[in-house]
Design a binder for this molecule. Structure first.
Ligand code: NAD
Length: 456
């Protein structure tokens, strides 16, 4: 099946598909116990898109109860691992069959360009789910050293009920990253999508049910963080939380755990990631390609976006010229048009926040060399790819995560200064280094305090 349709075909699909709106609990779609809904918007035109069940404590309690029942009676946890694998693989086949519909659902609620969803998000979602499905009957337990009179086993067991709290920037992928391994291991899962992007999660859960993943095993509670996320974090019968989102809210999940049952919490939070380019970096065309992609991909709404370009003064002008040349080719506009590489910003709040940061960059004296404005189109929330040169490390745009298409160029004169600058941040998620000297590459990669460092 072709990965991409035409603009007209996507448009027609978006007018004909049913938009899921009910929470998915115990194998079926439901309205919230209160009957309340909240509005979601299409970022490409600012119009109301859907009204989704506004879940709160009673809905979370029901979802946890059903997930716990499913876990305790072993309908999934005790199913033969090969059978769990088969159900998950069937789920993937259904996702593939419904790929265009899922791509449209994700695009119209997030503003993401459809070509990115089709080529990257969906492929990565499938890859992740298939990979974890395959592990279900291939991961072995271990035998630990013990005397002749004992057998000591290290056994891998599902933990129980796992809550997966998702951000809005990669909705399907994030669901796959969390629910994939949890389901393969036999857990019951409750997904809480970001309030801006619930529909792809709801549709994925329906397809899981159709594939034979039993009711109660994969649930989706929709709603706002305070009303649907916090009750999951505080619930005494949730055994683990896997969270991706802002540092501020990640911190809250640690508090929720401390205040409730000390549930295990895994956090993936924000970043203000450096891309370090040293004076001996070879082939600036290749560096420019990476640097452009790393900051502007997904409109910069990317936790590992390389939003700080820390570049040696001897190569800065040549590199910046190449980046400017490339980014001018990135068309911004209607997310359903496969020719567009950049779509709309996910929400009015995020759009305002990014524009505020841009104004702050101008006020604090950074040199605007590209973009810097909203793009007026159909009432949508579009922003030009924006580059500030000569950014000082104390400026707000060098310190705070903007989560938008804004690059801060910081000039350095040597390797030690580059490392110092890279580490001058409260974050530590990802980093990139470009150099042609292998020794330097290792030294700098080790000296940068980040979870993942890529070289060249
Ligand atoms: P967010 O923290 O605002 O929201 C994330 C999730 O938490 C949402 O589902 C939201 O409803 C929920 N939530 C919000 N307030 C809550 C509360 N008080 N209690 C319980 N739940 C609550 O993040 P976002 O705006 O959706 O996503 C952007 C952030 O996510 C950025 O900071 C970005 O860096 C980060 N992110 C990190 C990664 C990573 O892999 N490290 C990946 C993607 C996004």
């Amino acid at each position: 099946m072709s990965l991409l349709l035409t603009r007209e075909e996507y448009e027609s699909l978006s007018n004909s598909i049913e938009l899921p709106s009910g929470a998915f609990i115990d194998g079926r779609a439901r309205v919230a116990a209160s009957g309340e809904t909240f509005e979601t918007f299409n970022p490409a035109n600012g119009q109301v898109l859907n009204r989704i069940a506004a879940c709160a404590q009673p809905d979370v309690d029901l979802a946890v109860e059903k997930a716990r029942d499913a876990f305790d009676d072993g309908r999934w946890a005790k199913r033969h691992p090969t059978e769990r694998k088969k159900a998950m693989i069937k789920w993937c086949k259904l996702i593939r069959r419904h790929r265009h519909e899922l791509a449209v659902l994700e695009s119209v609620e997030s503003g993401k360009p459809i070509q990115e969803i089709a080529n990257v998000d969906l492929e990565e979602t499938l890859h992740c789910l298939e990979w974890h499905a395959e592990t279900a009957d291939k991961i072995y337990d271990e035998t630990a050293p013990a005397g002749d009179d004992a057998v000591a086993l290290v056994v891998r067991e599902p933990i129980g009920v796992v809550a997966c709290i998702l951000p809005w920037n990669f909705p399907m992928q994030m669901m796959a990253w969390k629910a994939g391994p949890a389901l393969a291991a036999g857990n019951s899962v409750i997904v809480k999508p970001a309030e801006q992007t619930s529909m792809s999660a709801l549709r994925l859960a329906e397809l899981a049910s159709e594939a034979g993943i039993p009711r109660g095993v994969l649930n989706v509670v929709t709603g706002y963080g305070e009303s649907a996320g916090a009750p999951l974090g505080l619930h005494a019968d949730v055994d683990m939380v896997s969270f991706t989102g802002s540092t501020e809210v990640g911190r809250k999940f640690l508090e929720y755990s401390a205040r409730s049952n000390l549930k295990k919490v895994v956090l993936e939070c924000g970043g203000k990631n450096p891309c370090v380019v040293l004076d001996d970096a070879e082939n600036l065309d290749v560096v420019a390609e990476h640097a452009t992609q790393a900051v502007f991909w997904n409109m910069g709404e990317n936790c590992s976006s390389n939003s700080r370009l820390i570049v040696h003064r001897d190569v800065k002008d040549a590199l910046l010229e190449r980046i400017l040349h490339r980014v001018r080719d990135w068309r911004t506009g209607d997310p359903l048009d496969p020719a567009n590489r950049l779509g709309a910003i996910v929400s009015r709040e995020q759009y305002d926040s990014i524009l505020n940061y841009i104004e702050q960059g101008k006020r604090e004296g950074a040199e605007l060399v590209l973009g810097g404005k909203a793009i007026e189109a159909d009432g949508g929330w579009f922003i030009e790819p924006t580059i500030f040169d000569n950014v000082r490390p104390d400026m707000t745009i060098a310190r705070e995560e903007i989560f938008g298409p804004v690059l801060a160029v910081i000039v350095i004169s040597g390797v030690d200064e580059a490392v110092k600058m890279a580490n001058d941040t409260n974050y530590g998620l990802a980093a990139s280094v470009f150099t042609s000297n292998v020794k330097r590459a290792h030294r700098v990669a080790r000296a940068i305090r980040a979870g993942t460092v890529t070289v060249n």
